[in-house]
Design a binder for this molecule. Structure first.
Ligand SMILES: Nc1nc2c(c(=O)[nH]1)N[C@H]1C(S)=C(S)[C@@H](COP(=O)(O)O)O[C@H]1N2
Ligand SMILES: [Mo]
Length: 362
């Protein structure tokens, strides 16, 4: 038997019953949404399983979606079979194909850009569209799987096979990246691609959603250090330009990373300048002039840097001048730019998740 014939047989054998295919797709969308979202909060290598699950399940998704599209294609290509729900189904299929295509192309390191969106941002956009479309689509065509659709042993074996196929495809993709030294070859475990060089010009300016303030007048700039500290204080740019240095890796969830030499003031020293933490101080909140904000546990915050310089140059406006947070190994979106207030608090700040999405809209 030819290799193609054998591969065809394997693919046919792995095909679950239609309703199992449908519910698997639903489950895969959920798994990919959760792992995709969680992966954005992970900046340490120990978090690798999240990225692996996302990639392997994504490749399994390609196969399962293939079965589905082959099965239902005549419902779209044959106008006589059109119903009211056909446009929604077609749109859902497009979003699914868009998500998978951008995901697969991304791992090979292709860096196509739609204005300032990286391919990874477009991937996230398609994924979010899918998150809305899939429940609507399921609602129009709701059919529960029956017991005979899920014969225990066969289904379990098929699932194991699909998982294996996803894992093999993942290894194969890595090998291809290696063999042809594609730009995808030197991605970090987070999937991000390197931006080489040092200083402001070496890496992109990235705003999350709508944040885009006007330049801040350095002479008029004041940094408030307040909250649970012995003597709240207000500092000038000179006070913040203390020359404390740190080499740190900034890894943006839009898919790039850079290693830079940052300098400014250690946050622990900032808190000492305000008399030190008091009472049940446990968190430090960094607030931008735009309202964008993030909090770190106080021990972690003490070792973070409020930077005024990168690569020996004063920060440019786009990179957060006069002062921005440098918080390794946190992901880039937590490195608040244009910081004007450092607030010591007793509690964390869950609302920060929402604020990063809506700050800048006014
Ligand atoms: N105030 C504020 N800080 C911000 C952002 C923002 O939109 N507003 N974007 C964040 C994101 S998503 C990243 S990756 C880094 C990017 O820093 P850079 O623009 O200096 O590369 O800043 C973070 N800090
Ligand atoms: Mo980012």
């Amino acid at each position: 038997m030819s290799i193609r014939g054998a591969l065809g047989d394997a693919v046919a054998w792995l095909e679950p019953r239609p309703r199992v295919v449908d519910w698997s797709l639903f489950a895969l969308v959920l798994v990919e949404t959760v792992t995709g979202f969680v992966s954005f909060t992970v900046g340490i290598p120990a978090g690798w399983p999240v990225f692996w699950v996302h990639r392997i399940a994504g490749l399994g998704f390609v196969l399962v979606l293939g079965y589905k599209l082959v099965r239902v294609r005549s419902r779209v290509t044959n106008a006589e079979k059109w119903t009211r729900s056909t446009p929604l189904s077609a749109l859902t299929a497009l979003a699914a194909l868009g998500t998978l295509a951008t995901g697969v192309v991304w791992v090979f390191g292709l860096d196509v850009r739609l204005s300032y969106w990286t391919l990874l941002s477009v991937h996230v956009g398609f994924g979010l569209a899918l998150l809305v479309l899939v429940p609507l689509h399921v609602a129009t065509r709701f059919r529960l799987p029956r017991t005979r659709d899920v014969e225990g042993r066969r289904t379990a074996l098929q699932y194991a096979g699909l998982l294996l196929a996803g894992a093999l495809a993942y290894r194969f993709q890595e090998a291809l990246n290696n063999l042809f030294s594609t730009p995808g070859d030197d991605r970090r475990f987070t999937g991000s691609q390197p931006r080489e060089g040092s200083g402001n010009a070496a890496f992109p300016i990235t705003m999350w959603v709508a944040d885009d303030p006007g330049p801040i007048d350095t002479d008029a700039y004041r940094l408030e250090v307040t909250g649970l500290v012995a003597s709240p204080t207000t500092l000038s740019v000179e006070d913040v330009t203390a020359g404390d240095e740190m080499t740190a890796l900034l890894d943006c969830t839009s898919g790039w990373y850079t290693v830079q030499e940052w300098s400014g003031v250690r946050v622990g020293d900032l808190l000492e300048a305000a008399g030190g933490p008091t009472g049940d101080a446990a968190w430090v909140r960094f607030v931008s002039v735009t309202g964008y904000r993030w909090s770190l546990p106080i021990e972690e915050a003490a070792d973070a840097l409020l930077a005024t310089h990168v690569g020996g140059e004063p920060l440019t406006h786009g990179h957060g001048a006069p002062a921005r947070l440098v918080a390794p190994p946190r992901r880039g979106f937590q490195w608040v730019k244009w910081v004007t207030r450092v607030e010591v608090r007793s509690r964390n700040d869950p609302a920060q998740w929402l604020v990063t999405l809506v700050s800048g809209f006014d």
